[in-house]
Design a protein around this ligand. Structure first.
Ligand code: ACM
Ligand code: ZN
Length: 560
């Protein structure tokens, strides 16, 4: 029998709910949009403190979900100001006043990154066959809470309510990436971790770390200490930038920095805890001035080299006729493979300027010995040799569009920035899409440059990122599984601070997350722009800078 007083209390409670949860309200602002989401009446209230009628909400986990439970607890502890107990349980179904994370009853067809999230007034259940899926379920759960949940400090006066939903979700693509260039400007360990947090919020799983380029070598290599002692530094900020725009000057007046191998291990672990794979990039044979400044003997000319050229083209290139160059690069890659556990090692391969090779007797002799007719063939020879080394470490090579020329072993993957995706996929290679036109986040966000920080050029508005389709229209269906996904590339020539990097990344990365996660059929620009302000509030809570859509009203794009 219904208790009349309780019915009244419930009615009064429902009437007091914020309008956002009324039956006709908009669905919650989850970014990227889940594959399938049903709204139900009512809310679940998270109770960090407990009260007269309720205890404190608990997090319950089965043995596989322990780490994910701890991640959720630590996120909630910061903003609610209360520690949440994470207890192991044998329960497999909804437990009153608890958030249950379990593999039990999980739908295998949602895959290892998929999850089911059920929020009922009594409790929350996240089911996934793999902790990665549970982690993404937790991200959606956090996004159902008020954005203040992402604050790193206690936020008082927030009602921690979660609308009742049933979500079944899984990603469209398995490579959902972001590339950060830390060579043109150095970003600290904490700064990189902040980027990883913002990626995790958007269910992105691949951080391509551009560690090496002409302007700086950023990863400690034990066998070749000069790479970072010499190659990690320059005197000038370069790119005609104001030195005050960056915090990367050392007390001795040197500009730059590097990650020790301990730093790298720490960041790799930080990323792994967020189900993000790090793809390290060690550029070769071009874009190698910083390495050659440290070890000019591996160049054609013997140097000298400097990373202190103001603007202009400089593209140091290894000597491909010198056996010692290969020994050096292979030693470096051996240490890189020890540091980074992921499947792919990125070796660059783009924009090789062959002038030095043309004038080098050793390179010319190599071409003759190997029957190579032009310098592009010598590049192919170089990459193929390196590929054997990467494979010997049990890894797969990935490189930019240019490595496709001349043929590669079947297990090499291509990162398409300048074409070749269709041809590579048809030849059986896996492909990551990051085309210059749609995925270069160093391009301007407005055509009115007077209101934007100086950028390298181009124009890539948010709407264009959102409309981007990674599978080339010309690619026959039978090859489409070779398109692993897509990523944004952020080249930082003109971005000397984290705030500036974030300004260029967000909210374009929010749009790209939807391109790579959500079903193609759900792309809906008006709905995305409805959800976006809430997502931007989350970024604010995380302390992440972003471009306001009304224009550059946010002055903090650089530290000037
Ligand atoms: C590139 O933008 N050169 C890969
Ligand atoms: Zn040479």
């Amino acid at each position: 029998m219904k208790h009349p007083i309780r019915t009244l209390i419930v009615a009064a409670f429902l009437a007091s709910l914020p309008a956002v949860f009324a039956a006709d309200a908009n669905p919650p602002a989850i970014v990227p949009l889940p594959q399938k989401m049903e709204m139900h009446e009512g809310v679940f209230t998270l109770r960090p403190q407990g009260g007269v009628f309720h205890g404190r909400t608990k997090i319950l986990v089965d043995s596989a979900m322990q780490e994910t439970g701890q991640y959720l607890a630590s996120r909630l502890a910061k903003s609610t100001g209360r520690a949440f107990a994470v207890n192991n349980t044998a329960q497999t179904d909804l437990v009153n006043n608890a958030i249950l994370l379990t593999a039990s009853g999980a739908k295998a067809d949602l895959g290892p990154e998929g999850y089911e999230l059920v929020v009922e007034p009594g409790g929350v259940v996240i089911r996934a066959i793999d902790p990665a899926g549970a982690f993404y379920g937790v991200q959606s759960l956090l996004q159902l809470l008020p954005p203040e949940v992402f604050a790193d400090h206690h936020v008082a006066g927030v009602e921690w309510i979660i609308p009742c939903v049933h979500i079944e979700d899984q990603p469209r693509f398995k490579w959902r990436g972001f590339m950060l260039d830390v060579s043109r400007h150095f970003f600290t360990k904490t700064e990189v971790e902040q980027i990883l947090d913002a990626m995790a919020l958007h269910k992105l799983n691949s951080f391509h770390w551009h560690l090496v380029d002409d302007q700086g070598w950023r990863v400690e290599i034990k066998k070749y200490p000069r790479l970072t002692q010499v190659g990690g530094w320059r005197k000038e900020i370069g790119f005609k930038l104001d030195p005050k725009a960056s915090t990367a000057y050392g007390p001795d007046g040197r500009y730059g920095g590097f990650y020790t191998q301990d730093d790298i291990r720490e960041i790799v672990a930080y990323a792994q805890a967020r189900h993000i794979n790090i793809v390290p990039e060690i550029e070769m044979p071009g874009h190698s001035t910083a390495a050659l400044m440290a070890y000019p003997e591996f160049s054609c000319t013997g140097g000298p080299f400097t990373t202190d050229l103001p603007g202009g083209i400089f593209n140091g290139i290894y000597c491909a006729g010198n056996e010692q160059t290969f020994a050096f690069v292979e030693d470096v890659l051996a240490e890189i493979c020890d540091l980074f556990p992921g499947k792919y090692i990125h070796v660059g391969g783009d924009e090789v300027l062959p002038d030095n090779w043309k004038a080098c007797p050793k390179c010319q002799a190599r071409m003759q010995q190997e029957g190579l007719h032009k310098e592009a063939d010598l590049e192919n020879y170089f990459i193929r040799r390196i590929e054997k080394c990467v494979n010997a470490h049990g890894r797969n090579l990935i490189g930019w569009s240019e490595i496709r020329e001349g043929g590669l072993a079947q297990n090499a993957a291509i990162m398409d920035w300048a074409g070749g995706a269709t041809e590579a996929a048809m030849a059986g290679h896996d492909v990551v899409m990051s085309p210059l036109a749609d995925c270069y986040f160093d391009h301007y966000q407005s055509e009115d440059h007077s209101t934007e920080p100086h950028a390298i050029g181009g124009f890539l508005p948010l709407s264009q990122v959102y409309a981007y389709e990674p599978v080339p229209a010309t690619l026959d269906a039978k090859y489409q599984s070779h398109i692993l996904g897509a990523q944004a590339n952020e080249w930082t020539e003109y971005m000397p601070s984290l705030k500036h990097v974030e300004y260029m990344a967000f909210p374009r990365l929010c749009a790209l997350s939807e391109v790579v996660w959500s079903p193609k059929s759900s792309r809906n620009w008006p709905d995305f722009t409805r959800r976006l302000p809430v997502d931007c509030r989350r970024l604010e809570m995380l302390g992440v800078n972003y471009r306001h859509q009304t224009g550059n009203t946010n002055p903090a794009y650089s530290a000037k």
